[in-house]
Every structure is written in structure tokens, then in C-alpha cells.
Write a protein that binds this ligand. Structure first.
Ligand SMILES: Cc1cc2nc3c(=O)[nH]c(=O)nc-3n(C[C@H](O)[C@H](O)[C@H](O)COP(=O)(O)OP(=O)(O)OC[C@H]3O[C@@H](n4cnc5c(N)ncnc54)[C@H](O)[C@@H]3O)c2cc1C
Length: 328
């Protein structure tokens, strides 16, 4: 393992300054992903900047509704916060579907957004991986790709984003607030935060090196009574999603006023099913409608040699999640 310097940031601006000044520096929050990556030799920073004591762990209501969640709030505390449980139960369900209680007690929200893919080849230093080593190739595309993407992949990379929390945040139209070198905060739409691999899969998201996530805003919505997070995995717990679905409906007297649908485990970023969302608006909340929406949600899927099963799985998961959201 490469030796590294360790600094503790006293303020967000210091953290940004330290990391922005050194390409090989990384923020460390809960450490539940970064430490593994270092131990496996996938990442080898020469400097770690500890941000875990920065005052960015508050979860509070925003004026006019909605909620703002500190980047350093633990996943457990976020999921169990009374406002999140009451007004954003989709987020609670998604966070609690991830990892284990012990990991969620350490893991932070910012770290969850920034966690890296679980593609086996990314972790296997003996094989090519454009995400780990740009230009080396993608061993997964024609290799063991059972866990890989069915949407939005490129010849360079077929990896999927592993987060559960992010799927709910994508469905809920969250916004990510980040602080940069100029001390100013900019806001990124959640759906623009993670990116598709295209020709540069080494970049998971649109954050510049050294930019610090300070908080995540989730706007007020009408989905609390009718939302559901469904995660399908190889084991009943402590496993990443093969496919997951965040479904949220605003239903009035049996009619869907608006719908949000995001899928996890299927692309390099949480995948919004826009065509299915538009189809659902104005329809009755009933099983036949949900089945049609589910067909639309997977219409453009492009499976690889070993993950064709994900198309049918995603379709059924969407229909089931919508049904659960509608309490059917
Ligand atoms: C065995 C295991 C199983 C898991 N299962 C699941 C699962 O089923 N579902 C799921 O969603 N997740 C799962 N996870 C992932 C877990 O949720 C993440 O490891 C965790 O959320 C990362 O948070 P952290 O604070 O520990 O991040 P760290 O490990 O400290 O950091 C991760 C990355 O984020 C960067 N970073 C951290 N905070 C910030 C910030 N504020 N601004 C900018 N960059 C930042 C770091 O520089 C680093 O690159 C699992 C993890 C493990 C180890």
C-alpha cells in the first residue's frame, strides 16, 4: 500500500483547499468504501483529508417544505430522522435496503453518492478496466457481465452504480449542493450528478476534483402516501441490487396525478424511466396500467451476453413496485 499523509480539515473551505491542491488527495468520511479501495489497490491516494468532523451532519426542514440533508449525516441517522420517515419514506426504505446496520452507522450521505462501482473487474487488478485504468479496456463487456448495465453503457464501460439511496434521490428530484475552491456553493440536479460512461468511465460524476458535497436537498412532494422502494438481489440482505426500483405516485381518488420512477443496478447512474412516468400521469392507479408502464420502462434496454434476465426482472420489479406504492 502506498504511504499517505493524513490531515483533518477544520472547516469545509480547508478540506476543499487541501484536496483541490493535490490530484492524489481524497476526502475521507466514513471510510467504508475508500478504505476498501485502498486496501485492494484500486485507489492509491498519497493524502487523506478527514472531513468526518465538519459540521455538515444536520437534517432539517427547508422553508416552504422539503428537507436538506447534511453530507456528513450518517445513513442510519438520515433514514431514521422523523421528517424523513414521515415525509420521504421512499428515502428511508432505500437507505435501509443497503449494506448492513453497522456499515450504515459509519457511512455518510456524501460518501454514498460518491461510492464506486462494484464491477468485479474494477476490483481485479489483473484484468483491464477503463474505469480503474483509462485506456486499458473493458473486461466485463464480453466477460462475466451478469451484474452489468442494460441501459446507457458504452464500449468503454458496462459498470453499474451500486447505491440504493441514490435511486430514491433520483426519483425525488433531489439537488446536490457542493462547495468549490472559490468558496461558493453550486447546486447540481441529482439526475445530472452521476454520468453515463461514454468514452471516459473513470469519471463517475460531474464533480470537479476537490469539490465537496455539503448537503442534499429534497423538495417537498405529494408522494409520501404512495411510494415504494423494491430491491431484488441474490441474497435477502447485505447484497447489492441486481435491479431496484424507486416508485412514487401522487394519487387522487384513484387517478395518478404524477409519477416518478427510477431504477438501480441497471446503469452507470440511477436510471429515470421518463417515458413510463409520462404514461402514468392521468391514468387510473391499477395493475394493468402498471404493467404497461413497466413494459415502457424497459423498452430501450440493451442487455449483454449474460444479463438478459435483468430486462424481465426490471419489468416485473417496476410493475410490482408501482402496485405496492399504490397499496394494491
Ligand atoms: C460490504 C458492503 C456492502 C454495501 N452494500 C451497499 C448496498 O447494498 N447499497 C448501497 O447503497 N451501498 C452499499 N454499500 C456502500 C456504502 O453505502 C458506502 O460505502 C458508503 O455510503 C460510503 O460512505 P462513506 O462515508 O463511508 O464514504 P468514504 O468511504 O469515506 O468515501 C467514499 C468516497 O466518497 C468521497 N467522499 C466522501 N464524502 C464526500 C463529500 N462530502 N464530498 C465529496 N466526496 C466525498 C471520498 O473521497 C471517497 O472517494 C456497501 C458497502 C460495503 C462495505
Amino acid at each position: 500500500m502506498r504511504p499517505f499523509a493524513f490531515k483533518r480539515a477544520a472547516a469545509p473551505a480547508d478540506a476543499v483547499k487541501f484536496v483541490a491542491a493535490n490530484r492524489d488527495a481524497r476526502f475521507i468520511a466514513g471510510g467504508t468504501n475508500l478504505v476498501d479501495l485502498i486496501k485492494e489497490g484500486v485507489d492509491s491516494p498519497n493524502e487523506l483529508v478527514d472531513i468526518s468532523r465538519l459540521p455538515l451532519s444536520t437534517v432539517r426542514s427547508m422553508p416552504g417544505g422539503g428537507i436538506t440533508i447534511g453530507a456528513l449525516a450518517k445513513n442510519t441517522d438520515t433514514a431514521n430522522h422523523p421528517i424523513v420517515r414521515k415525509d420521504f419514506p421512499l428515502l428511508t426504505q432505500a437507505i435501509l435496503a443497503g449494506a448492513s446496520p453497522q456499515i450504515r452507522n459509519m457511512a455518510t450521505n456524501g460518501g454514498n453518492l460518491m461510492q464506486r462501482t462494484r464491477c468485479h473487474y474494477f476490483y481485479d487488478l489483473a484484468t483491464p478496466c477503463n474505469k480503474r485504468q483509462p485506456g486499458s479496456g473493458c473486461a466485463a463487456k464480453d466477460g462475466l457481465n451478469r451484474y452489468s448495465a442494460i441501459f446507457g453503457w458504452s464500449d468503454s464501460c458496462v459498470a453499474v452504480h451500486p447505491s440504493d439511496m441514490c435511486v430514491a434521490l433520483a426519483a425525488l428530484d433531489a439537488m446536490v449542493n457542493v462547495q468549490g475552491m472559490d468558496g461558493k456553493t453550486r447546486t447540481i440536479k441529482f439526475t445530472d450528478f452521476h454520468r453515463l460512461p461514454e468514452a471516459s468511465p473513470e469519471k463517475d460524476n460531474t464533480l470537479a476534483h476537490g469539490e465537496l458535497i455539503v448537503s442534499i436537498d429534497v423538495p417537498k412532494n405529494n408522494f409520501a402516501a404512495n411510494s415504494y422502494y423494491l430491491k431484488v438481489r441474490d441474497r435477502a440482505s447485505y447484497a447489492f441490487a441486481l435491479v431496484s426500483v424507486a416508485a412514487a405516485l401522487h394519487v387522487e381518488r384513484g387517478t395518478i396525478r404524477s409519477a416518478r420512477l427510477a431504477l438501480g443496478g441497471v446503469a452507470h447512474k440511477p436510471w429515470r424511466a421518463a417515458a413510463a412516468e409520462s404514461f402514468l400521469a392521468g391514468k387510473r392507479a391499477e395493475i394493468g396500467v402498471f404493467q404497461q408502464a413497466a413494459e415502457l420502462a424497459v423498452k430501450d434496454a440493451k442487455p449483454l451476453s449474460e444479463n438478459g434476465y435483468k430486462v424481465k426482472l426490471a419489468q416485473r420489479a417496476v410493475a410490482k413496485a408501482l402496485g405496492r406504492a399504490a397499496n394494491l
